[in-house]
Design a binder for this molecule. Structure first.
Ligand SMILES: [Zn+2]
Length: 124
């Protein structure tokens, strides 16, 4: 099936009152697909959501992994990587995650106190 055929079939569903909802991972909210979204979504849902967020697929996937793996602080101490959750990260959007990752501010409260714009290397 081509994207155009998929889009036409999806449009028929939508016109008949059949909704094309999908789960927006990992937040878990529902997302309604437009007929033209179905082909790109089936082909690569991460690339689809990345495009919707205005991010690269790599940035979007990094955000998913961060959210699914405990949102850990990015600081490293002498004892290894910090395992505390990054401050204010519970409902971090993909865009906000990408901005903070570039700023290197995905830090726990303890390491945020020491943040001065350079990599954190203090021991706990
Ligand atoms: Zn930390």
């Amino acid at each position: 099936m081509t994207d155009q055929e998929i889009s036409q079939a999806a449009k028929q569903f939508i016109d008949s009152g059949i909704q094309l909802d999908t789960i927006y991972e990992p937040i878990g909210c529902m997302f309604s697909l437009r007929a033209s979204d179905v082909g790109p979504f089936i082909r690569d849902s991460d690339a689809f959501f990345a495009y919707e967020c205005g991010l690269s697929k790599a940035e979007y996937v990094e955000w998913k992994i961060f959210m699914a793996s405990g949102r850990t602080c990015s600081a490293t101490s002498l004892r290894g990587p910090c395992r505390r959750p990054a401050r204010d990260s519970q409902s971090l959007s993909p865009q906000e995650y990408t901005r903070r990752a570039k700023e290197r501010t995905l830090l726990c409260s303890l390491h945020m106190k020491n943040y001065s714009g350079r990599p954190v290397r203090e021991s706990d």
